[in-house]
Design a protein around this ligand. Structure first.
Ligand SMILES: Nc1ncnc2c1ncn2[C@@H]1O[C@H](COP(=O)(O)OP(=O)(O)OP(=O)(O)O)[C@@H](O)[C@H]1O
Length: 430
């Protein structure tokens, strides 16, 4: 546990970068410091490993005042990752990662073996090990930076805007990787960012700081979105706070209708007789194929003969309410197909049932999502987090191959439509 006890930092020129900061960073959790430029995030972070010493107050690491620990000893237990990785340019990747173990006196072979293990763990091809940093992309360098910080297995990790210099796609995958690693390693992480979406996605708790180095609010992301402490936090969280909040609320409250799922072998007369405007057609393995509008059916035949409209799906019990809402918006019927982890349709969330669930949320009910996350993009409904890796399931179009299908096929699928008569997996995977 890291404890800030009335910590203040006043620089020599009189600038107060951090003012009476009181907060706790629980062991094994990721706490994100977020706030506008100059609000004291980096200063606060660097006081933890004594790159900067406080001017007042106390900073405790597991109850011990860090200023009583000499910096090299302190830093042995604290990994540090910065923007643009900060790798040693003249050392090969493997040697960059092995740096701290070697400093700790490990023999060369053991240190290199550890480095190779870590490179794999952060998702890098072992053949990168013999390269120099300039031979890696920015995203790959950041992975090396994370591997290097983890090399001596420190219990604490400080990360200062580690992903802000890479493009949004690489950034998302680095964030997912970090969440995956953290689910395994349970480090005590302090992560600095100025990006509120990143903070919400990664943080178990998020500390919003305001300029002058004062803590505006410290809460878990769902609470921050639901109950910002003041106008500053509200504005900092951004405009679509209500929608983003749905990422943190489980879809469990959305009632499902199984009677709207019909096999492709259903004849058109029965479909018409259902009295429903739209039916979700499934194949023999109960995977969704598309929607059929019962008002436009031919005189005879089965649903397998028809061209089906594309659909949106979400993974029931695993996605958030935002995923379910997103999926309804991707279906011409206005209803969403709920699938299980293997892509099998388990029911239909109708606009009405979704509306009821949303009404409950507005009234203050709703339980936390299992895999909350933040997205701002396209058709994917929920982002990543486990907090966990990207489990986005809202995937319009007939390409629900498996639970993890995050292929981005949503965009394409949404316009491709169902595949009509070729019910069966072969016909729907494209
Ligand atoms: N060595 C220094 N001497 C004087 N003032 C400093 C020094 N380092 C930082 N500051 C000031 O302290 C304040 C907090 O800086 P800090 O770098 O901690 O903010 P930050 O929130 O990390 O900002 P950013 O998001 O822009 O990196 C700023 O006003 C900055 O100008």
């Amino acid at each position: 546990m890291i404890t800030f006890n009335g910590v203040t930092k006043r620089y020599a020129d009189g600038t107060v970068a951090v003012d009476d900061l009181n907060l706790e960073v629980p062991t094994g959790e990721m706490t994100v410091f977020v706030g506008p430029s100059g609000c004291g995030k980096t200063t606060s972070l660097r006081m933890i490993n004594r790159m900067i010493d406080p001017s007042g107050g106390q900073l405790l690491l597991d109850g011990v005042d860090v200023t009583t620990i000499d910096p090299p000893t302190l830093r042995r237990g604290i990994g540090y990752v910065i923007q643009q990785a900060g790798l040693f340019p003249h050392r090969k990747i493997v040697d960059n990662v092995a740096t701290v173990p070697l400093l700790l006196g490990w023999d060369r072979k053991k240190a290199r073996a550890r480095a190779m293990e870590l490179l794999e763990r952060v998702g890098l091809d072992p053949k990168m090990a013999g390269r120099y940093p300039f031979q890696l992309s920015g995203g790959q360098q950041q992975r090396v930076g994370v591997a290097r910080a983890l090399a001596a297995d420190p219990p604490v990790l400080l990360m200062d805007e580690p992903f802000s210099a890479v493009d949004p796609i690489v950034r998302t995958s680095l964030q997912d990787e970090l969440l995956r690693l953290q689910a395994e390693l349970n480090k005590t992480i302090v992560f600095v960012t100025h990006d509120i979406d990143e903070a919400m996605k990664l943080g178990d708790r998020v500390a919003v700081l305001r300029v002058g180095g004062r803590l505006a609010q410290l809460d878990d992301p769902a609470t921050l979105l639901a109950r910002p402490a003041d106008d500053f936090v509200r504005e900092f969280l951004g405009r679509d706070r209500g929608i983003r909040r749905l990422s943190f609320i489980s879809d469990e409250g959305v009632g499902l209708r199984t009677d709207l799922l019909v096999p492709a072998s259903t004849d058109v007369a029965s479909a018409r007789a259902s009295g429903e405007e739209w039916l979700a057609v499934v194949d023999e393995r109960e995977r969704p194929l598309g929607w059929v509008a019962t008002g436009h059916l031919p005189a005879s035949g089965t649903l397998a003969d028809l061209e089906l409209a594309p659909y949106g799906t979400y993974v029931s019990g695993r996605d958030s309410l935002r995923g379910a809402l997103d999926a309804t918006l991707l279906s011409p019927s206005g209803n969403a197909v709920a699938v299980d982890g293997s892509g099998r349709a388990v029911g239909v969330a109708t606009r009405r049932s979704l509306n009821e669930a949303l009404t409950e949320v507005a009234a203050g009910a709703g339980s936390p999502a299992k895999s909350p996350g933040v997205t701002g993009s396209g058709v994917t409904g929920t982002g990543a987090s486990a907090k966990g890796p990207d489990v986005t399931a809202t995937d319009a179009g007939p390409s629900v191959k498996d639970a993890g299908d995050t292929s981005g096929a949503g965009g394409a699928g949404a316009t491709t439509g169902g595949t009509g008569g070729t019910a069966g997996p072969g016909g729907v995977d494209g």
